[in-house]
Design a protein around this ligand. Structure first.
Ligand SMILES: Cc1cc2nc3c(=O)[nH]c(=O)nc-3n(C[C@H](O)[C@H](O)[C@H](O)COP(=O)(O)OP(=O)(O)OC[C@H]3O[C@@H](n4cnc5c(N)ncnc54)[C@H](O)[C@@H]3O)c2cc1C
Length: 238
């Protein structure tokens, strides 16, 4: 059982939720893993999974980045929880095989859309701690500027870590010329910036169609299959 300690809307329909773990049941996780909630819908148990967004150094709590899905059951239930109501939930965690791996002598390319960013935040922390001389990229696609929850922290990380390259990509940039970053989709940015991924570890997270397309592209760009790591969230999720 976990207890909600905070819940705030960090961007349009995007919430950051933090849950405390029982003192006698701390959690160790590998960056990239997720928690699964056991929820009750019309008397039946349903499960939904959410990637851990917080640092792997925290063992007594964890945070999630949850996007409301229109008419979605779990995402709205979670985003509507209030700490003052003492919300408790049942989870199974940590789960998943989308795991941080030490890159050895390879460069690292992470590609996410929307809240698919979540597992990359603890992964980047670990990569920075263990392998700061590795060249690393985060290509992050969103529709609008306002969707980029956590952008400031990623820009600060890029400013303090010369080998880390943060590449936000907008499919619907502002029309007033204020956006000078990449425009289009993450696939466009990867194709334009990475002619050869033979010596890269490629991590992909988010909506299944994007992950599938990016997986094919990474292999086309000569990344060995066993160095492409994927976390597929579903047909629509981004
Ligand atoms: C390993 C894993 C990790 C995940 N991590 C996260 C995470 O960190 N943050 C996060 O927000 N989600 C994450 N997801 C997705 C999450 O588990 C749910 O699928 C999502 O929140 C929708 O669940 P729901 O119950 O609200 O919607 P449902 O009630 O299951 O869906 C309602 C309807 O909306 C459709 N739908 C589902 N998603 C979307 C969408 N994005 N846009 C439009 N229609 C949609 C469904 O097909 C269905 O018709 C993860 C999924 C997996 C498998």
């Amino acid at each position: 059982m976990v207890i909600l300690t905070s819940n705030f809307e960090a961007g349009p329909s995007i919430h950051v939720l933090t849950f405390a773990l029982p003192p006698d049941d701390p959690m160790e996780f590998v960056p990239g893993q997720y928690v699964t909630f056991y929820l009750v819908r019309e008397g039946k148990s349903v499960t939904r999974s959410y990637s851990i967004y917080s640092s792997a150094h925290l063992h007594d709590r964890f945070s999630l980045l949850v996007k409301r899905v229109p008419h979605g059951f779990a995402s709205n239930l979670l985003c509507d929880l209030t700490p003052s109501a003492g919300a408790t939930e049942t989870i199974l965690a940590p789960l998943g095989k989308f795991l941080y791996r030490d890159p050895e002598d390879r460069r690292v390319l992470m590609v996410a859309t929307g809240v698919g960013l979540a597992p990359f935040v603890p992964m980047l922390e670990r990569l920075h701690e263990r392998s700061p001389s590795t060249d690393a990229w985060l290509i992050w696609g969103n529709r609008y500027v306002g969707d980029m929850v956590g952008r400031g922290e990623l820009e600060a990380l890029a400013a303090s870590w010369p080998r880390f390259h943060f590449v936000p990509v907008l499919s619907r940039p502002p029309k007033d010329g204020s956006w000078t970053g990449a425009v289009g989709h993450v696939q466009d940015a990867v194709r334009a910036g990475f002619p050869d991924l033979a010596r890269a570890d490629v991590y992909l997270c988010g909506a299944t169609p994007m992950v599938n397309e990016m997986q094919d592209l990474a292999i086309e760009l000569r990344c060995p299959k066993e160095h492409v790591f994927v976390d597929r969230w579903g047909e629509h999720t981004e």
